[in-house]
Design a protein around this ligand. Structure first.
Ligand SMILES: CC(C)(COP(=O)(O)OP(=O)(O)OC[C@H]1O[C@@H](n2cnc3c(N)ncnc32)[C@H](O)[C@@H]1OP(=O)(O)O)[C@@H](O)C(=O)NCCC(=O)NCCS
Length: 180
């Protein structure tokens, strides 16, 4: 990386702010999911509803103008209140490789841990999504937590054509003393 590229990355990073989503962010989250070309794109309605009802367990990163450039959506599992299920994570292409997804995840887990007494984070990843595998493996390492993997949903259970299996990553117990 050249010095100019490093400066640009530093400027980008410094301009970012992480907070909770609002309904006004729902459209931007839907667009980021669409533009990722990797995530399952759910209805725009579901992102709007998510921003209303699960804002407390989700986070957005905003640029200097307040526009969302990354997000993580998650919920506390109703039958396992010590477990945060991370549904989707996406970062705008221009902001990737800056540690933003890791910062979103660390910040969200620290916030929800304080409010809910979390011990475990779960997510599902489709095989071959290297960036996502690295994001969550390195999250587990940072928090000195165990990491177990098992297939949650096999290809055959999806009713709408071919779909890769979803592999459940269960990360815990978390050590949150050094987190963001
Ligand atoms: C996955 C994604 C959110 C990562 O965002 P990001 O802000 O660039 O990630 P970070 O810079 O915080 O990096 C987190 C870790 O992942 C690694 N990583 C990021 N992109 C990577 C890639 N393309 N290949 C391999 N590793 C990658 C980083 O090196 C870092 O690992 P480290 O902590 O061991 O150094 C982003 O690539 C994205 O939006 N992808 C499309 C949507 C998607 O796949 N979402 C995940 C499924 S829920």
């Amino acid at each position: 990386m050249t010095a100019a590229q490093a400066d640009l990355q530093g400027d980008l990073r410094a301009s970012l702010r992480i907070d909770r989503p609002t309904v006004a962010d729902g459209a931007a989250l839907w667009r980021m999911a669409r533009d990722s070309k990797v995530l399952d794109l759910n209805s725009s309605y579901s992102y709007l509803l998510w921003c209303r009802d699960f804002a407390a367990t989700s986070a957005v990163a905003r640029d200097g103008h307040g526009e969302p450039v990354g997000f993580v959506t998650a919920y506390v599992r109703p039958d396992r209140p010590d477990t945060l299920l991370v549904w989707q994570v996406a970062v705008d292409e221009a902001y990737r490789g800056l540690g933003l997804a890791a910062a979103l995840l660390d910040g969200l887990v620290a916030r929800t841990a304080a409010e809910h007494g979390l011990t475990t984070v779960e997510t599902t990843i489709t095989p071959g999504n290297t960036a996502s595998e690295r994001l969550f493996t390195s999250f587990a390492e940072r928090h000195r937590a165990g990491l177990e993997r098992e297939v949650l949903f096999e290809t055959g259970v999806f009713p709408d054509g071919p779909h890769d299996p979803e592999v459940l990553y269960r990360i815990g117990p978390l050590s949150l003393t050094t987190s963001a």
